[in-house]
Write a protein that binds this ligand. Structure first.
Ligand code: SME
Length: 170
């Protein structure tokens, strides 16, 4: 089977914990196979965004913002056209970069300074992406159109993926 045929997710539903873990395990296994021996940054980010977005029913927008100078610039993503640039410390993505920690936002409307690229986004998780030296070179941003779609299960698996597939700055 080719890579694409395995994916046929129906959107708009938050999986139960058991199913969520199973979907992350499958996505992680698929990425481990596909990305074996690969180090190119765009190749890696594109493939992670595609596999996650096409695997997860609760993902509405899935993609990377790259650290370029003093701003985050949009990188490989799946979803509706997004904000192009985010300043250091601004919004959920800029905060995750500045604070170098995962931001888990159950209700984006309650997050001061949230940047609404698409009004349908209701909850969000943003995970810093480091290179092999430990420097944050990007963030992975996932939005859901449902409130409280993300929890500690998403955080644990996405942080594991960040550790398994380090970013590159370039
Ligand atoms: N909501 C994000 C901006 C990026 S978009 O959602 C794709 C934020 O507040 O940083």
């Amino acid at each position: 089977m080719s890579h694409g045929e395995a994916y046929a997710v129906v959107k708009g539903r938050i999986p139960e914990p058991e199913e969520k873990r199973r979907l992350y395990q499958q996505a992680s296994d698929a990425l481990t196979g596909m990305l074996a021996g690969e180090t190119d940054g765009v190749l890696t980010m594109s493939t992670i965004a595609a596999v996650l977005h096409q695997s997860m029913p609760h993902y509405f927008w899935t993609g990377f913002y790259r650290v370029v100078g003093d701003a985050l610039l949009v990188g490989p993503y799946q979803g509706t056209p997004a904000c192009l640039r985010i300043a250091h410390g601004r919004g959920v993505c800029g905060s995750a970069w500045a604070e170098e920690r995962t931001m888990l936002v159950k209700d984006v409307h309650a997050f001061p300074g949230h940047i609404a690229c698409d009004a349908r986004s209701a909850s969000e998780i943003v995970v810093p992406w480091r290179d092999v030296s430990g420097a944050v070179v990007a963030v992975l941003d996932v939005d859901s159109d449902q409130t409280a779609a993300f929890d500690e299960i998403d955080q644990e698996w996405l942080e594991n993926l960040a550790a398994a597939f380090p970013g590159t700055n370039g």
